[in-house]
Ligand binder design. Structure first.
Ligand code: TXA
Ligand code: MG
Length: 332
């Protein structure tokens, strides 16, 4: 299929018009374009072109049963893709778009089945990223875009992460540096009453509830789990290639045990904590959720590239500001 990938570098805040034009033209022609958003890099195709969208599933090795988020330049462009636009969508779009909130609504006949995995609903968002918006605007079509990684792998927060996974499999990779948010958008289902949180993300349940009242919060598996998880038994997603263990409390005994076995360990600790074990690759993580989210995937990509035997993560506090981070760590 695709063989040569063009990598187009530009500035995120003052994007090059020629890069925008090439990305938009490629999308209109049915090609695959990886581009940054404020959350993670997405792998885009014209959402109205079923053949182009099929290319996303092939490039990522994504199971056909997993529907895609459709990105649009503004609320008006979202409305035509939806059969029934609820009042809550108006309020949430006004408050959070452009931004990291994805809304699931009943799809209109315009949306091809492949985008929604055959389902009756479509997920929509307006990304809060100047370059992404410029590409969407210039393309003039809605753009289906999952995270720009091979299926079940870590999402990319830098163009080099996309290159590692998808070089030769997509037409264009737009490189505009690291993404600011670092974690995927919040996904909220508006087809149920009350609305239901499907994936926690950078917009918190409390922020949503301040606008539309109580929502149903999906129980977050990671919050109930045993501290030591058995790799392989649970649904894996958002995963580094290196085996990873998330531990509540001090990882010192576990890290000491593993290093004595001769294992090469990467260790993510919260900045506030002190103990050190010699010979491990130690990464001090911020003890503030937004800063933690912004660097989590980049750190894991880096440790993956270092060829370690295992990554140990000290779990952050089990409080709501850390919800999205617990969700992702719980599924690695
Ligand atoms: O921040 C993000 O959301 C990034 C950037 C590129 O926008 N995209 C992203 O896409 O994370 P992806 O495909 O990796 O995750 C989309 C999530 C999946 O969990 C998918 O199952 C869910 O959204 N989803 C998509 N359409 C849906 C629908 N109609 N109903 C329920 N869930 C849906
Ligand atoms: Mg993804």
């Amino acid at each position: 299929m695709v063989s040569a990938t063009r990598i187009l570098a530009t500035d995120a805040d003052s994007p090059d018009a020629a890069v925008i034009a090439q990305a938009a033209e490629t999308l209109r022609a049915g090609g695959l374009v990886a581009f940054p958003t404020e959350t993670v890099y997405g792998l885009g195709a014209n959402a109205l072109d079923a053949r182009a969208v099929a290319g996303i599933f092939i490039a990522k090795g994504r199971p056909a049963g997993n529907p895609l988020i459709v990105h649009v330049a503004n609320t008006q462009a979202a409305r035509v893709l939806v059969a029934d636009w609820p009042g809550a969508a108006d309020l949430l779009a006004k408050q959070f778009w452009p931004g990291p909130l994805t809304l699931v609504m009943k799809k209109s006949a315009l949306v091809p089945d492949i985008v929604t995995a055959g389902g009756p609903t479509v997920a929509l968002r307006v990304p809060g990223h100047k370059l992404a918006l410029a590409i969407l605007d210039a393309a003039g079509v809605p753009v289906a875009a999952p995270s720009a990684n091979r299926s079940a792998q870590l999402s990319p927060t830098r163009a080099e992460h996309v290159v590692r996974d998808l070089l030769g499999r997509v037409d264009v990779i737009v490189d505009a540096g690291p993404t600011a948010g670092g974690l995927e958008s919040t996904v909220l289902d508006l087809t149920t009453t009350p609305p239901r949180l499907l994936r926690p993300g950078l917009v918190s349940p409390a922020e949503i509830e301040a606008i539309v009242g109580p929502i149903e919060r999906r129980p977050v598996a990671a919050l109930d789990k045993q501290p030591l998880r058995s790799p392989g038994l649970l649904e894996r997603h958002y995963s580094p290639r290196t085996p990873i263990e998330c531990l509540a409390g001090s990882g010192v005994p576990r890290v000491t045990e593993l290093t004595h076995q001769g294992q090469r360990i990467g260790w993510l600790r919260l900045a506030a904590t002190g103990d050190v074990v010699a010979g491990v690759t130690l990464v001090l993580m911020p003890d503030e959720p937004a800063a933690y989210a912004a660097m989590l995937y980049a750190v894991l990509h880096e440790l993956d590239a270092a060829g370690l035997d295992r990554i140990i993560v000290e779990l952050p506090p089990r409080t709501e500001p850390w919800l999205a981070i617990h969700d992702r760590l719980g599924r690695m």
